[in-house]
Write a protein that binds this ligand. Structure first.
Ligand SMILES: [Zn+2]
Length: 218
């Protein structure tokens, strides 16, 4: 038997609740039970939510599969995404592709975009920004890429890019963003809230960002 928090076995009994024995951990001072009636407290639920979020399951379908409430799924999603540490990309002199993808958020009246950049060979994500297709939002991403000393940056013909990227490393001809355009389609297939021509969409931006963090780095 081990503590749920610190995985040590230095605990004592501490009363009963609903007929189940509760324990008190002397190491981390938490109280816990060995088995819970409510399914959301079982130990493999977080991993299951992570898997299902990457396999085109919506929040309500996850809640039906695991048999917990939709609000719990949402709060767990935020908790999991806050625990994720973003891996630091530190290869110098690579080629990058940058693109924007139109997304729908319920309470946003203006059009929202997912702006992101990938490394061309490994298809690793550098960073993403959710918001309008403005110069400030795109600058956040481009500045991160310019720190990596890029060999080339490939973009589409949006007229904001030439003012942000130095001319000698900037390329924007037809078909140069094929890899990232294909990745747009993969995202729309694997993430339920990004699929087009359906009634699935994000209600709030923070849940969309949490979902994307889990998809890319979780
Ligand atoms: Zn403990």
């Amino acid at each position: 038997m081990k503590c749920r928090n610190c995985y040590q076995s230095n605990f004592i009994k501490k009363g009963k609740r609903n007929g189940k024995q509760r324990y008190h951990c002397k190491n981390c001072k938490c109280n816990f039970q060995l088995e819970y009636a409510y399914k959301a407290y079982q130990s493999n639920v977080d991993d299951l939510i992570k898997c299902l979020l990457k396999e085109s399951c919506g929040i309500r379908s996850i809640s039906r599969i695991i048999n917990i409430s939709a609000k719990t799924v949402l709060s767990r999603m935020l908790k999991i995404s806050n625990q994720i540490k973003i891996p630091y990309f530190n290869k110098q002199g690579c080629k990058f592709e940058v693109d924007e993808m139109s997304i729908k958020i319920a309470n946003g009246k203006k059009q929202n975009w997912l702006i992101y950049g990938i490394e061309r060979e490994t298809k690793l994500l550098i960073d993403f920004v959710v918001g309008g297709r403005t110069k400030e939002n795109i600058r956040q991403l481009i500045d991160k890429i310019l720190l990596l000393n890029p060999k080339r940056i490939y973009t589409d013909k949006l007229n904001i890019y030439p003012s942000l990227i130095p001319k000698e490393i900037h390329k924007r001809f037809q078909y140069c963003t094929n890899k990232i355009e294909r990745m747009n389609l993969t995202l729309r297939t694997h993430i339920k809230r990004l699929s087009r021509k359906t009634i699935c969409f994000s209600r709030k931006q923070k849940y969309l960002e949490a979902h994307l963090r889990i998809y890319f780095w979780g």
